[in-house]
Design a protein around this ligand. Structure first.
Ligand code: SF4
Ligand code: F3S
Length: 104
């Protein structure tokens, strides 16, 4: 499966949802997540993210993100159409460890 990671937070560009063949993105207030049971591992979304926030679960150090994606995907609503990012998305793009400031 692929996972959405830290840099999606407060960027939420949503380009990813348009290309997913199985529509397995789910939307929270500050970020999107991928449903691990629905993702078919096609990898199409990874290069589409302008914030470079999507990774294969085989990448190192992703334990926390595997947990976050698996935990919230069943709770959040499905999103299949691109929408405008937050007005301050570019200011947040690349800020380190956004998770610590917004989820804990
Ligand atoms: Fe969707 Fe493919 Fe990305 Fe999985 S890897 S979330 S199936 S586009
Ligand atoms: Fe997030 Fe990138 Fe999708 S910023 S909403 S994972 S396009």
């Amino acid at each position: 499966t692929f996972v959405v990671t830290d840099n999606c937070i407060k960027c939420k560009y949503t380009d990813c949802v348009e290309v997913c063949p199985v529509d397995c993105f789910y939307e929270g207030e500050n970020m999107l997540v991928i449903h691990p049971d629905e993702c078919i591992d096609c990898g199409v979304c990874e290069p589409e993210c302008p914030a470079d926030a999507i990774r294969p679960d085989t990448a190192p150090g992703l334990e926390k993100w595997l947990e976050v994606n698996a935990k919230f995907a069943p709770l959040w609503p499905n999103i299949t159409m691109k929408k405008d990012p937050p007005a301050d998305a570019e200011e947040w793009d690349g800020v380190a460890d956004k998770y610590a400031g917004h989820f804990s």
